[in-house]
Design a protein around this ligand. Structure first.
Ligand code: OOG
Ligand code: MG
Length: 252
């Protein structure tokens, strides 16, 4: 097995067994880190998981500042990561899960590599309030840029509220994330690159360059609008996005 395949197997096992693994350090190039991500995802597809879209990361200053990483990243989403709105996740399935407020897009048409925000919007069938459960497979939730890329950008779970009309102006929607009824993060969709549609534009380019262009039915998570919050057993997490709606889940 090549070194990249060995790292992919180690990260996949850390995810599967919900056990932290040591950081890789800055030993990989960005291109090799994405090769590791692709190889670790191939292991999941081989176990029957299906790719349903992609997630963008570090599209807001709040997220970059919290994690000390200042470049945009992306990762693959599978059907096994989808948590039903109002449903529950098992804390024991994760290493040290966190949650963050996001906006999700559902595509009704393919996106070319290069597209304007208005062009991207024309391919959107629905937009929704969404929560991302991130779970770094690295010890202490600490990583370098290439570490986190190799680890599928900490993708772990995602919850999507009812799809709303994409004609809603997404540039400045209030977002309140509550845990157990207490507001814990308050922000705006403007924190996501000024408008989450810009994240969709970037997603189209990155997915295309990886040889996996975005198509009808794909989901794109635009990235956290605020810092993430730690999850604990028993938590009830709820996000309300003005005009878009709400989404929630429990931790059992
Ligand atoms: C990396 C993933 C970043 C986002 O929305 O910015 C991310 C992490 O913070 O563990 O999902
Ligand atoms: Mg995220």
């Amino acid at each position: 097995m090549s070194e990249l395949m060995e790292i992919a197997a180690r990260l996949d096992a850390a995810m599967f067994n919900a056990t932290a693994t040591p950081q890789l350090g800055d030993t990989l190039s960005v291109a090799d880190a994405y090769r590791v991500q692709e190889a670790s995802m191939a292991r999941r597809y081989a176990r029957g998981e299906r790719r349903v879209g992609i997630k963008m990361g570090f599209t807001s200053r709040a997220k970059m500042a919290q994690m000390g990483v200042d470049a945009m990243i992306w990762g693959r989403l599978t059907d096994a990561m989808l948590v039903e709105d109002g449903g529950a996740v098992r804390f024991s399935a994760y290493v040290h899960p966190r949650v963050e407020p996001e906006i999700a897009f559902l595509l009704k048409a393919p996106l070319p590599r290069t597209v304007t925000p208005a062009g991207a919007l024309a391919a959107v069938g629905g937009v929704a309030a969404a929560l991302e459960i991130i779970d770094s497979r690295y010890e202490n939730f600490k990583f370098s840029l290439t570490d986190v890329i190799a680890d599928n950008s900490s993708s772990s779970g995602f919850v999507i509220g009812p799809w709303a009309d994409p004609a809603i102006d997404l540039s400045n929607l209030g977002m309140i994330m509550e845990i157990d009824g207490q507001p814990r993060q308050i922000g705006s969709s403007a924190a996501i690159l000024g408008n989450p549609l810009r994240s969709l534009v970037a997603a189209a380019r990155l997915a295309h360059d990886a040889g996996e262009p975005l198509g009808a039915g794909d989901i794109v998570m635009a990235g956290g609008a605020t810092a993430a919050e730690h999850l604990s057993v028993g938590n009830h997490v709820r996000l309300v996005v003005s005009r878009l709606g709400r989404v929630e889940f429990r931790v059992g």
